[in-house]
Design a protein around this ligand. Structure first.
Ligand code: SF4
Length: 119
């Protein structure tokens, strides 16, 4: 099996043989690629970055991301949940939008305070 390592911009093409705990990875320029391949086969995860609706006309969408990576299989359900969320108070970067979000937090990646919004 082949896959591209997405840990850094080098994008090494990984050649993977074996399964379970007996996995051999060729083509990685560093150990991170080997770890990436093993995780990708056993428990693939991704950080989710998107936007959430707000009640504020001057900033109708707030950029957000998961504080940690979540299981790749949960991404569609995570997006469905995000469509149900509305931010009703002005948040700072790093504030929680949702405390319990697929095993981690959903956090703001922008500052909503008035002085930081271009009106
Ligand atoms: S194997 Fe290492 S060098 Fe290659 S893309 Fe992955 S992180 Fe980057």
């Amino acid at each position: 099996m082949e896959m591209v390592c997405i840990v850094c911009p080098n994008g090494c093409l990984l050649d993977i043989e074996g399964s379970g705990d007996d996995i051999k990875v060729k083509g990685a320029l560093c150990p991170k690629g080997i770890e990436f391949a093993k995780t990708e086969l056993q428990d693939p995860r991704r950080a989710l970055t998107t936007t959430v609706a707000t009640v504020f006309g001057d900033m109708p969408r707030l950029p957000v991301r998961t504080a940690d990576e979540i299981p790749k299989a949960d991404l569609l359900d995570a997006m469905k949940k995000i469509k149900t969320l509305t931010v009703k108070e002005r948040l700072h970067e790093g504030d929680s939008v949702c405390e319990d979000f697929f095993g981690t937090r959903l956090i703001a990646t922008a500052d909503m305070t008035r002085q930081n919004i271009n009106l």
